[in-house]
Design a protein around this ligand. Structure first.
Ligand code: HEC
Length: 157
């Protein structure tokens, strides 16, 4: 009887240990659905600067861009183009940055869909826009990369 009690205590202890382990798992990055391996970025030796930019960019994305492009980057059909795996973004990064910095209107095609809307020029600073783009490039199934404030400044009209 005594042994049985000890055994059950041990069982309960190990079960709760298991449970606490699984709930302690670090949260996966937001884009776990992607097929593309993100290991290149994760294993970069000096990724801390990049990670800081991505975090700052996420915060600003969630303050300004997400209202139109949505938290998941999918946009809204016929109104706001997707940033999720955007071929428009992949084809010409400076053009995409310029659209955000200076505003964008007229017909564009993103992932085979036409949009003819208006994006007002962002009020964010060069640094903030650089971080937002760094966040977008490393999320939403895009191909990774980093944007600097100097690159944003260069396209500002
Ligand atoms: C008021 C809504 C709105 C907000 C806020 C907004 N956008 Fe846009 N964005 C648009 C629209 C509309 C277009 C397409 C414009 C057109 O049809 O010419 C667009 C186009 C784009 C494009 C190029 C097309 C694509 O999907 O790749 C990028 C990149 C982009 N936006 C990024 C951003 C970023 C980054 C922010 C935040 C700093 C932002 N947008 C904030 C509405 C918005």
């Amino acid at each position: 009887m005594k042994n049985f009690k000890l055994l059950s205590i041990a069982t309960i202890a190990s079960i709760s240990l298991l449970l606490s382990c699984s709930s302690d798992k670090p949260k996966e990055s937001t884009s776990t659905t992607t097929e593309e391996p993100k290991s290149m970025i994760d294993e970069a030796p000096s990724s801390s600067g990049l990670e800081t930019k991505i975090e700052a960019g996420k915060a600003n994305y969630e303050k300004t861009c997400f209202a139109c492009h949505q938290a998941d980057g999918k946009g809204l059909p016929a109104a706001f183009p997707p940033l999720l795996a955007s071929d428009y973004l992949a084809a010409d990064l400076s053009r995409a940055i310029s659209g955000v910095v200076n505003g964008l209107s007229g017909e564009i095609t993103v992932n085979g869909e036409k949009y003819n809307q208006v994006m007002p020029a962002s009020t964010l600073t060069d640094e903030e826009i650089a971080d937002v783009f760094t966040y977008i490039l490393n999320n939403f199934d895009n191909k990774g990369g980093e944007v600097t404030a100097a690159e944003v400044k260069a396209v500002r009209k």
